[in-house]
Design a binder for this molecule. Sequence first.
Ligand SMILES: [Zn+2]
Length: 381
Amino acid sequence: MLGRIDQGRPGPTFLVQGGIHGNEPAGVEALRRVLRELESRAIRVHGKIVACCGNLAALRQSRRFLARDLNRSWLRPAVESLLARDAAQDVDEDGEQRALLELYAECERARRGALVFVDLHTSSAEGPPFTCMADTLPNRRIADAIPVPMILGLEECIDGAVMEWFNERGQIGIAVEGGRHGDQATVDNLESAVWLAMAACGVIATADAEVARHRERLDRASRGVPHLVEIRYRHAITDAHRFQMVPGYVSFQPVARGDLLGHQADGPVRAGEDGMVLLPLYQGQGEDGFFLGRRVPRFWFALSALLRRLGLSGLVSLLPGVQRDPGDPNRLLVDPRVARYLVVQVFHLFGYRRLRPVGGKLAFSRRWAARDSGRVRPRSS
Ligand SMILES: [Zn+2]
């Protein structure tokens, strides 16, 4: 725990975390700065601010994790199996996760308004700051307030990120990537993102957040980068791949199909399609070699918000080739031979999440936080 501020006024709970990856201390440093400033300027807090460290043991050793990635450990079965085990048998990340679970549960239990979770990260490659989130309208409200590129769909290709834990429980949860590990500008970027997120959820007033100054800083840091990018491909690796990224790639760098991106045990790795590289891996630990993304047009984003507000999400089930999964009413199955064009895009548009394929069919489910419950309002005075 880094700090907790509750001045007894009603409002949302803003839970912000740094260092879930132990080699990313910039988030922790940014939070220390924010807490100091909240205190020194005696800023009025409406609701509660809780700032915490993620993987303490890994932070002490400056490693991403000890035995398992604590930002890939939050699928419900994994959490249930941890809780079913005897805490006396805990090894490596077990105790860390147990402590975080307790803190998250307490924030959820004690909340009187919306619960907004923000996870702070940095990366091994150069690149501008950006936000990552599952595309729900409540998540958008927070991410929209942070003027950096927004990456959608990461949760469809990595399982068990912490923000997903919150989304699945109907809460708001987004991640912010501040820039390269160790750059001083990375700490600045994360600090600005935290101030803007606090103002967006209303836990502090926009004037106290000095919104203009922080917006300007992030605007500058991400100038010239597309605003909205959708992940299309994840290059999954294990130690056995001995993957090496070709040096010099930065996040959002355009690539063409066939471009050489890396080398691994079974040969060269090339881009499977045109797009841009995201999060190229230049550190030892990690299961994601790189991601490929593609720009999403702004109008598409606005249109999808409209369709969801109008409650039209159910219409996709009427499309040809789409059937409800008899085994799971929340899941839609799509026969790719019938529904050929823009299937994934159309489902995203209507607020669905892509799942792993089922029996040769594409599978989708409604987004968890699609209920749009948490009321979040900026506080202007
Ligand atoms: Zn990270």
